[in-house]
Design a protein around this ligand. Structure first.
Ligand SMILES: Nc1ncnc2c1ncn2[C@@H]1O[C@H](COP(=O)(O)OP(=O)(O)O)[C@@H](O)[C@H]1O
Ligand SMILES: [Mg+2]
Length: 212
């Protein structure tokens, strides 16, 4: 199963969710390969920070920010239970290639109308891909929700008008995500019983349920 985290907009949480989903699956005993499709290589940087600090290796990581990635991904998928693609910002050709490789797509969005508008381009790329791949399933994943804001509640209504579903699981704005990233860690390693760690676990449960 190849799961891609995609959104043309930067800073929405593609890398954060990709590393956490990969890490959570690995901690559950799955073999996972994280495919970094962003030329900036931030997911690879994360694994390097981890290695430099002597933390255990959770999953393999490969940098593959090229338009032939859909030709190479299936070979990786044969060697792992899950391949998680951390998508690039902006570059439509790379996003298309990731869409061609993927079985499942998650589009992280921050709860603001502006972010939903910015995701429109991603939604049209996705719909384009679904013409050729009707089995390609996709959903929004709400990230960085600030619990007290009205906008956080309204985002569900705004998402209801979109042509894609949204996962029930949400990840809130939590400092532990930024702190753990800086040290090449997962939120559940830095703060084992935290709300952040439970949110990741729920998101992965929903993703796995989705596969059947
Ligand atoms: N749920 C969250 N809570 C707090 N900070 C977050 C959260 N998700 C992402 N971030 C922070 O936001 C920034 C952008 O996230 P990132 O995953 O790099 O986005 P992208 O890969 O889409 O560009 C990073 O500094 C990251 O640590
Ligand atoms: Mg990123």
């Amino acid at each position: 199963m190849i799961i891609a985290l995609l959104n043309q907009k930067g800073g929405v949480g593609k890398t954060t969710l990709a590393t956490h989903i990969a890490g959570e699956l690995a901690l559950r005993g799955k073999t996972v390969i994280l495919l970094d499709a962003d030329p900036q290589g931030s997911a690879l940087d994360w694994t390097q920070r981890r290695a430099q600090r002597g933390l255990p290796r959770l999953f393999g990581a490969v940098g593959l920010a090229r338009e032939t990635l859909h030709q190479e991904a299936p070979q990786l998928a044969q060697r792992a239970d899950h391949v998680i693609i951390d998508g690039p910002p902006r570059i439509a050709a790379l996003a298309r290639s990731a869409l061609m490789a993927a079985d499942r797509v998650l589009i992280p969005v921050q709860p603001s109308p502006f972010d939903l508008w910015a995701s429109a381009e991603m939604v049209s790329l996705l719909q384009e891909a679904q013409v050729f791949k009707p089995a390609l399933r996709a959903a929004f994943a709400i990230n960085r929700r600030v619990s007290t804001t009205i906008i956080g509640r309204e985002v569900r209504q705004a998402l209801a008008d979109q042509p894609l579903p949204a996962l029930h699981a949400e990840v809130r704005q939590r400092i532990v995500f930024a702190d753990s990233a800086a040290g090449g860690q997962l939120a559940c390693e830095l703060a084992p019983d935290s709300a952040a760690s439970r949110e990741v676990s729920c998101l992965v449960d929903e993703l796995l349920g989705w596969e059947t």
